[in-house]
Design a binder for this molecule. Structure first.
Ligand code: HEC
Length: 126
């Protein structure tokens, strides 16, 4: 049992430092730095903790199969959340993740993730 638990945790231990390096290692292009400034201006939404285990607090996914949200269009992220919540996008995982989140909080989360610096494609986990 402890061994099984360990092997489930291990991939996180290995990927998290790599992914953290990703968000810091961006070239200082104008788009990237504008994004970084925007990220510095806004405060993390209180509900971010409900998403961070999978999407990261910086929007860089923590596991393969989970989309990066960093730098994605705000309106797209908000629309996607509404579709999960209503069941138009029928994904039980995301529906339950958004269960306690109301419309205003979804907007704040979309705003937050849209402002995070995106990960270079070569380093994405997908
Ligand atoms: C248990 C892991 C998990 C948690 C927790 C979670 N998500 Fe997700 N999320 C996923 C997966 C997996 C998908 C892809 C689902 C699909 O196939 O459409 C996804 C998709 C999304 C998408 C659509 C991205 C796109 O490119 O279309 C958004 C937006 C999103 N999540 C926001 C959130 C927010 C905001 C929270 C916190 C309230 C959250 N998620 C919590 C796993 C998670």
């Amino acid at each position: 049992m402890p061994l099984r638990l360990f092997s489930r945790i291990l991939p996180f231990a290995v990927t998290v430092p790599l992914l953290a390096a990703c968000s810091r290692g961006l070239p200082n292009s104008s788009g990237g730095s504008a994004n970084r400034e925007a990220a510095a201006e806004i405060h993390p939404p209180a509900q971010l903790g409900l998403c961070a285990a999978c999407h990261g607090s910086d929007g860089i996914a923590r596991q393969a199969g989970i989309p990066n949200l960093a730098g994605q269009h705000e309106a797209y992220l908000f629309q996607a959340m509404r579709e999960y919540k209503s069941g138009t996008r029928n994904v039980a995982l995301m529906r339950s993740a958004l269960g306690p989140i109301d419309g205003q909080q979804m907007r704040a989360l979309a705003h937050w993730y849209a402002a995070q610096p995106p990960c270079p494609e070569s380093m994405a986990t997908k």
